[in-house]
Design a protein around this ligand. Structure first.
Ligand SMILES: O=c1ccn([C@@H]2O[C@H](COP(=O)(O)O)[C@@H](O)[C@H]2O)c(=O)[nH]1
Length: 224
């Protein structure tokens, strides 16, 4: 099995991001570029990181009216991303149009409930019920809209995997045992997420902020 770890490159400087990827690339399976990176470095930055030869995951979390999201999807064809995210909360029509507009070969996955949220946060935003139910509901909607899979936490991935056998599941909010959780609230270890059916393990700060990022990536790889 190829390495499921995608390194989240949430770094403001392009030179530092390139240096980090080149250092750890033997111990990861892909690179995830999110809003911080894309807003700062755009298409040029993505092309620069793509030189490392690993698959690129554009975590842009698109969330707008269907026509706008479809246009954004078309605008990133040229970057040939392996994976792109949209917010499942954008609704069925938005997800259908996002998938239809994506380049062939790009997996489109729907963000269900951010791993930085818990049920108290959900209540504050007017969503009742459990995080489990919220993720299951949005997973079903994403599946019926034709998406390839979803983003969820390791708390839910086992249940979603049972319900959506062919789904592609991206799991962030991962922390090696004993490491700081920071702003993440629904957290499991990389091994736990993999055992429960995650297709991609998104890991950022446990590697990028480690005193020795190569050793940190190697240690995570050894647990899988
Ligand atoms: O629910 C979500 C969706 C996306 N993310 C992204 O994953 C990484 C996690 O970084 P860490 O440093 O390992 O916490 C980050 O880029 C988020 O934007 C997420 O955490 N949760």
């Amino acid at each position: 099995m190829s390495n499921p770890v995608f390194l989240a490159l949430d770094l403001p400087r392009l030179d530092a991001a390139k240096e980090l990827v080149n250092k750890v690339k033997a111990h990861i399976g892909g690179v995830k570029l999110g809003m911080e990176f894309f807003y700062a470095h755009g298409h040029h930055g993505v092309h620069e990181i793509a030189h490392c030869g690993l698959p690129i995951f554009l975590d842009l979390k698109l969330h707008d009216i269907p026509n706008t999201v479809a246009g954004a999807m078309q605008a990133i064809h040229v970057l040939e991303p392996a994976i792109v995210t949209v917010h499942a909360g954008g609704g069925r029509a938005m997800m259908e149009d996002a998938k239809a507009a994506a380049a062939e070969g790009t997996k489109v996955v729907g963000v269900t409930m951010l791993t930085s949220l818990d049920e108290r946060d959900m209540t504050q935003t007017g969503i009742g019920g459990s995080s489990h139910d919220q993720v299951m509901r949005l997973a079903e909607l994403a599946d019926s809209a034709g998406l390839d899979g979803i983003v969820c936490s390791g708390h839910e991935v086992g249940a979603v995997h049972k319900q959506w056998k062919k789904g592609f599941f991206v799991v962030p909010g991962l922390r090696p045992a004993g490491s700081a959780t920071g702003d993440q609230k629904r957290v499991v270890t990389p091994r736990q997420a993999r055992d429960d059916g995650a297709s991609v393990l998104v890991i950022g700060r446990p590697i990028s902020k480690a005193a020795d990022p190569v050793q940190a990536a190697r240690d995570i790889e050894a647990t899988l």
